[in-house]
Design a protein. Sequence first.
Length: 337
Amino acid sequence: MRRLVLYVVLFLIAIVICQKAELRAEGRFLANGLLPPVPVPANNPQTDAKILLGKQLYFDKRLSVDNTVSCASCHRPDHGWADLTPVSEGVGHTKGGRNSPTVLNSAYYNFQFWDGREKDLEGQALGPIQNPVEMQMTMPMALDRLKNIPGYVKAFDEVFGTEPNAEGIAKAIAAFERTVISTNSPYDNYMRGDKKAMSSAAIRGMKLFNGKAHCSSCHSGPNFSDSRFHNLGIGFKNRKFEDVGRYNVTKDPIDMGAFKTPTMRSVELTPPYLHDGSEKTLEDVVNLYDKGGIPNPNHDPLMLPLHLTKAEKSDLVAFLKALTGEPLNIEEPVLPE
């Protein structure tokens, strides 16, 4: 009798193992999945009026010293909320040192900017305004300008009960950016049960993403990013890094040359890629990962040669394209006067 019970238990365990293997093959037993509700800090709740104010500030070029650059200039709605160029141009065509990352799904990150120097969208929002190679303003200059625009004075009073101030700018822009979300992609629909939502190539690519290609080691979670920092060797030349990345923030040698893992959602819409915009296409990025990145003293141990075939690379790109969310109907707002 005991032997029979043991056989039954072993049989049930075998069934469970086979079911889990099948789920992995089907792409359900993943570290990814569907996006949860957008996280909102308790001290900055979402309201329609606040989101509208943030939207207006996001598109308003008057927040730059010569009225030529807005947040939307480098984080373009018509280009996946990122930029077309390897590195973005600020006032007077001054060039920054990094590619402008997409605003899409930035609400889900634990850190903001490529080097993670800010923890939330509120902290990130004020940086470009005061950056000498972006919008080239000081905060007193920006506030003086807003205080001389009656429409903004009224809006800040209605939303925050104050005159225009730095905290209000940060909270309003952050509130708007929390509405810029990529979801309802073919992948999402597939995960909801529509097995025709993704092509056969994309399904094969999903299995590679979570298997042989090791993508989900870093591009994990529903946002396809672990919000951590990894060294791919990008920019390592003549035994040094052109950009030291996370090290600038922590001063920890282990962070030399490490950059935040970007989301893969709607990645098809945001070329060029990587923190320096050095890879023009998704195919280029896959080839970089296939060879294990660029060797350097701080090379991330997760970066290994993959030995993907040409067909496997094509399937992987097909899956990445299946992460493209539905279009966002966000129109440029009428600005206060």
